[in-house]
Design a protein around this ligand. Sequence first.
Ligand SMILES: Nc1ncnc2c1ncn2[C@@H]1O[C@H](COP(=O)(O)OP(=O)(O)OP(=O)(O)O)[C@@H](O)[C@H]1O
Length: 347
Amino acid sequence: MPKDQPTRTMPAASTIASQDSLPDNAVEVVGLGKTYRSAGKTGPKRALDDVHLAIPRGSLFGLLGPNGAGKSTLINILAGLVNKSEGTARIWGYDIDRQTRQSRAAIGVVPQELNIDPFFTPRELLELQAGLYGVPPRERMTMEILEILGLADKAQAYTRTLSGGMRRRLMVAKAMVHNPPVLVLDEPTAGVDIELRQQLWGRVRDLNALGTTILLTTHYLEEAEELCDTIAIINHGKVIACEPTPKLLRRLDSKELQVQLARPLEAVPEPLERFQPELVAADRLVFRYQTSQSPVAEILEALAKADLRVQDIRTDEADLEDIFLQLTRGAHSETGATAPATAGVAR
Ligand SMILES: Nc1ncnc2c1ncn2[C@@H]1O[C@H](COP(=O)(O)OP(=O)(O)OP(=O)(O)O)[C@@H](O)[C@H]1O
């Protein structure tokens, strides 16, 4: 785990408090597989295949993948809601089969759907949830949790009067009542507008800064890129990449320079040939180069030498979307179309 990771300041839930030393990995999955049994006319479905993952303690980890990739299956196995077919999984060092009680106590899951009883106040909801988890009243941290999630002043309000963003934060609060060291957020910002998304990201970062390991599933590349220190990409039940975010981004050490010319060209002029630009339109050239090479000054010089007047210039950096496309290129979707893995990927 990175040296500058904070340690948890909130006490661990009583079920896991007796642990001698903290695990290096908050979650460890080895050779995990899941085949759903056939139902009716549909045959068996291989949803996860030989998945290996190690989520370092303190990390903000993104599990990114298109629809049907297997994200929910994976987190539902961790949460004890789906039985795996093979492999092992440990949460906070506890084996989900042999130490079920401890492993469940170590994880909190925030589901996608907003299922909150509107007639309770946030405080009552959290107290009820803590009761369900068997947290003794003296160990409950209702107000602290509401505080962290920016809901302390709404503790006594009816939930039906809360805004959509507040309700989402309340869902996160609910998953925190037993103070799990690992928090799973399943598509936390699906259908949430930009402003609320930013708010929620801020709270997620706060929780992580307090030491909670966060596993977030998302379709949104932007979300994973902004928020996560490590990203695993899952497609058709297989993990196809798992790397620190900057390293993943460095994989495509490429940049694009688009040059809009004042007059049309028939061919690439000689002084520009060595850069191998693409004439994408009669008056538009695209240069692709490695960020580390940075030949922009030379390109501009060559344009001047070729007596070409530049009307506009634009650069594009490779982002996760490009990496995702590269990794999943040629993959086949469930509908059989080619390169469809991007279909469920929104920015
Ligand atoms: N109970 C089930 N029975 C049969 N097949 C299932 C079941 N649950 C999921 N699947 C199938 O397993 C595959 C993985 O689904 P899963 O829900 O894990 O993907 P996902 O990445 O979470 O997708 P989404 O982003 O759409 O929620 C899909 O093909 C799905 O149709």
